[in-house]
Design a protein around this ligand. Sequence first.
Ligand SMILES: [Zn+2]
Length: 597
Amino acid sequence: MQLDIDRLVAYFGGVNALAEALKQHDPENAATTAAIYKWRTRGSLPLAQLQKLTALAEAQGRPLDLNAFLQKNESLERTEMTQTNRVIIFDTTMRDGEQSPGASMTKEEKIRIARQLEKMGVDVIEAGFAAASPGDFESVNAIAKIITKSTVCSLARAVENDVRKAGEAVSPAPKKRIHTFIATSPIHMEHKLKMKPQQVIDAAVKAVKIAKEYTDDVEFSAEDAVRSDLDFLAKIFTAVIEAGATTINIPDTVGYSIPSVWYERISNIIKSVPNGDKVVWSTHCHNDLGMAVANSLAAVQAGVRQVECTINGLGERAGNASLEEIVMALKVRHDLFGLETGIDTTQIVPVSKLVSTITGYPIQPNKAVVGANAFAHESGIHQDGVLKHPETYEIMTAESVGWSTNRLTLGKLSGRNAFKTKLADLGIELESEEALNAAFARFKELADKKREIFDEDLHALVSDEMGSLNTESYKFISQKISTETGEEPRANIVFSIRGEEKHATATGSGPVDAIFKAIESVAQSGATLQIYSVNAVTQGTESQGETSVRLQRGDRVVNGQGADTDVLVATAKAYLSALSKLEFGQAKPKAQGRGMI
Ligand SMILES: [Zn+2]
């Protein structure tokens, strides 16, 4: 059993307070803040130091019980979820996050994300909205079959068919939840649902009762709770709890609240529901005013013990509350919240990168926790401070959120079995031998160009490979690009559509423009390019470039991805991948109109 150094240090009031106390207690043998900081990064401390802490605690008149600081056994902790000290992390990247334009994911991609979320310790995975389409049902069902530690959840409107579909989809999961919702604001009830308030309550109660036929774990959400009447909310919540709901979610669907108001509203609701002590209260905040995380934390202070959030803050419109920011705020400011989550924070950056690769949504460099600049100290004064005492300017370490976990994965000499094992480790299971062989060939090719292959490289490679496996899709074959100062760039590209080889040539204002024009001259998709971005997968000039292309045609929006050490090849691949999704992919029903929290 390992000691939880963070909590141990917090017991003494934080790093600075501890260093000071040690100095007062025994000036000769005191530990510096830098040393204490190191214990935290390493997750251990030398025995001699531990003895000093024990002596210090005794001198302070509050002897140390080391058992209280042991790292909690994960499985034990999961079952001992108490309302009082534990915040349940409910991830909705694959449901709410997927509603971001063009972020729709295939079943295989969702399975990869689900595996990583489970590894990270997410309590509840909202895998989708089973009744939305046969594809959604299949994805939720596939995830329910493979996830064993986390609870697998499906969203459902408060109508019988939705709830039954959700129930069937999650049925294989050892831990399953149905999340049903209905709008409760006057404007939604009158204009969208065209129902009287009592009818809305009846529908909600009926939905919860049907859900109970499938699982004991039933969540109810009041859509547009932020604009709903408080008395009505209390009435409907009391009724659904009576009917068996075990979690009550209060969403800010339109991202309209501010923290002080949200705190007060949530406190009032919890107080006004007589049987409210029987359930876990939850919140789900949108980021339209940039306050999703702040509002979620205010709700936690007001008593909610479940937060619904997404990786990288993905979600409808301006997005949802970001999982990584909430988890790190609860951890770093443990002194304020005094609450735990079950998240292994060292998995945060790998999961964030995976979601970015799969959805084609790059992470802004100044994004908290997972942005490339989040731990970079540019200013000379800061750098000096950080080198002397990391605590000076860093409130958390890069290692604690997984920045250094991109361990060297494989090298040029790694064999097919090692490659397969590593993929399984990363939650990637290729469906056929053919797919595995193709991916392995790509890996060998990449290993020739790039000495070190990291986890991120494998994710990018597999995403790229899976995109081109569909036999009906557009596939990249080869290209020749000529650019010279003073000359117009020209692209000669060979690709295939449904297996038929095509040759295309075009000039453009730059090589990327020439590539897109060449492909379009044959494909004639009629789509407009919305976003084109290039990111380095790992550090160094020999890194793979990961490109993302967003195309729109009518109301369909798709993101295509490509990865290669040659960014122009990656660019052509991304464009072809977007075309494949546009032409052959499943159309997602639009979120609007079907109601959503
Ligand atoms: Zn939402």
